[in-house]
Write a protein that binds this ligand. Structure first.
Ligand code: CAO
Length: 237
């Protein structure tokens, strides 16, 4: 005779006892709802490209120990911020030089800005960024640092990912999202496969003010300076 099949032991069904909780919107989160709702009214034009940062990677690794000996951490952001100054031939995008940077802080997303970037050296921008990051981490960014931005960069690649669809921070007219710098195979001028440090950039522009061709030309110039940092030295005031 066949042994009787034993039914599996009955396990008690889990009972969900959680209750919905309504969280009131407060502080910076409330401000985010407000600004992002206004941003929805802007017709966003999206444009992406890739930048070969191989030369900038080499330059930064040369400069990093130098800035560290002066007590300042040097990431790529000071270069991305400073190079914007060299694109003044596109005043519609870069009307002035308080460059905002999206920051993932203890209080959530905040966008402090580095003021008068045209007057600052790459080192001074790094110093200012270090200051803003310390304030951001300890939830101490104040209105003076948060107001008056004219153009924003969002380094989402410091967390991960390649492309993004950034949302303009009104009343600004453009924003750029920076992807993760990745080592990827690319062809050099001689047709040889080389290791290249590639970063994707995703721009959003207000199409009521900036047309696609202008955004593309602006991006080309921004990319060319970053791909050839020696040319930055030539043109920086
Ligand atoms: N690709 C690869 N490495 C990167 C990188 C990138 N895109 N960005 C930063 N890194 C590296 C830095 O070079 C640094 O490396 P080292 O230790 O070798 O110097 C390290 O990652 C840490 O950099 P960091 O994040 O402290 O500094 P940062 O100046 O590059 O960026 C900040 C500062 C404030 C932009 C960033 O910390 C941040 O908050 N990013 C998130 C932005 C965000 O939330 N955007 C979304 C907005 S819309 O919701």
């Amino acid at each position: 005779t066949k042994a009787a099949v034993k039914p599996p032991p009955a396990t008690p069904k889990p009972v969900f006892t959680g209750k919905d909780v309504t969280e009131p919107l407060k502080g910076f989160q409330k401000a985010m709802v407000k600004t992002m709702t206004v941003a929805l009214k802007i017709p966003h034009f999206g444009y992406c490209d890739e930048v070969d940062l191989s030369r900038l990677v080499a330059l930064r690794s040369e400069l990093k120990p130098l800035t560290e000996s002066r007590g300042v951490r040097l990431s790529y952001m000071p270069f991305f911020i400073k190079v914007g100054v060299l694109t003044v031939v596109f005043p519609v995008i870069q009307a002035s030089h308080n460059i905002g940077l999206a920051m993932d802080t203890s209080q959530g997303l905040l966008v402090p800005n580095v003021k008068n970037v045209q007057l600052l050296s790459v080192f001074e921008i790094a110093l200012e960024l270090n200051r803003l990051q310390v304030l951001g981490a300890s939830g101490q960014l104040g209105t003076a640092d948060l107001m008056g931005g004219t153009f924003t960069l969002s380094n989402i690649g410091s967390i991960g990912g390649t492309y993004a669809k950034p949302v303009i921070l009104p009343p600004e007219v453009a924003i750029g999202a920076l992807g993760k710098i990745q080592v990827l195979p690319r062809f050099d001028a001689a047709g040889q496969v080389v290791r290249a440090h590639i970063m994707k950039v995703s721009w959003s522009a207000d199409h009521r003010i900036i047309d696609g061709a202008t955004m593309c030309r602006f991006s080309n110039l921004w990319r060319e300076y970053l791909e050839n940092p020696a040319s930055m030295v030539l043109d920086l005031k």
